[in-house]
Design a protein around this ligand. Structure first.
Ligand code: KIV
Length: 272
């Protein structure tokens, strides 16, 4: 068994100038495969709502959804750090509710840390979570849970005053005890500045090459969608095509009575 990645390892990576590779996972099978591929951390993102559950935004995702998917990812993971997203309205109402809700993701879900969206407006919650022993990853820039306020999934911090706010928010999260910050969809120079201003790692998504690490949605890089992916995504496979072709071949074989062959039926016990 390989040495598991722990929360303090990520800060150490930044200190040593080593990049951090992070992907999302929502189930045990994908977690097992990506863990074998060597990713440093797996995020059970509330993007599960859009990627797996067919919602248009992350807002309908519930804490029960997240606990369910986090349990599965934890079961499939040996080495990577498992981080679970706190869904909309599970940390904004009060710090004590946030502790109870984050506690479920750690205690029942098996995550090592939680992620939540926002800057100075969430620092009291971040402090409280860290005080009770729950590591927190922040999330700045495009905040999918605020999609209605932003008027869509738009690039953020494009104006100088917004860029200053983002850097001040990154400082505030670091001060509050966050161990890393996701920075989503901001100009590259803003992400570079934020990265230089904090000692904790920044994990970019659509934020350029100068963050301390990168995160992408695994279904995007694997080509598991038929539709378009964000422009910053690099696709490493086209699994949607492979799956459709395999499914079609199976359908053809069944219809033509080429499957099952009698030999396969006799030998056929399912091995674990
Ligand atoms: O929910 C998610 O997948 C995320 C990442 C895209 C950073 O927050």
């Amino acid at each position: 068994m390989q040495t598991p990645v722990r929360v303090p390892d990520l800060k150490e990576r930044k200190r040593r100038g080593e990049k951090i590779a992070m992907l999302t996972a929502y189930d045990a099978t994908m977690a097992r495969l990506l863990d074998r591929a060597g990713v440093d951390a797996l995020l059970v993102g509330d993007s599960v709502g859009m990627v797996m559950l067919g919602h248009d935004t992350t807002i309908p995702v519930t804490l029960d959804d997240m606990v369910h998917h986090t349990k599965a990812v934890s079961r499939g993971t040996e080495r990577a750090l498992v981080v679970a997203d706190m869904p909309f309205l599970t940390y904004q109402i009060s710090a004590s509710e946030a502790v109870r809700n984050a506690g479920r993701l750690i205690q029942e879900g098996g995550a090592a840390a939680v992620k939540l969206e926002g800057g100075r407006e969430v620092v009291d919650v971040v402090k409280r979570l860290v005080d009770v022993g729950i590591p927190v990853m922040g999330h700045l820039g495009l905040l999918p849970q605020s999609v209605h306020k932003a008027g869509g999934f738009r690039r953020q911090a494009t104006q100088p005053e917004e860029a200053d706010r983002l850097i001040a928010d990154a400082h505030a999260l670091e001060e509050a005890g966050a161990f890393a910050i996701v920075i989503e969809s901001v100009p590259h120079d803003v992400a570079r500045l934020a990265t230089a201003h904090v000692a904790i790692p920044t994990i970019g998504i659509g934020a350029g090459p100068d963050c301390d690490g990168q995160i992408l949605v695994s279904h995007d890089i694997l080509g598991l969608f038929d539709g378009p992916v964000p422009p910053f995504v690099q696709q490493y496979a086209k699994l949607a095509d492979t799956i459709v072709a395999a499914g079609r071949a199976y359908v053809d074989d069944v219809r033509a009575a080429r499957y099952p062959k009698s030999r396969q039926e006799i030998a056929g016990t399912r091995t674990p």
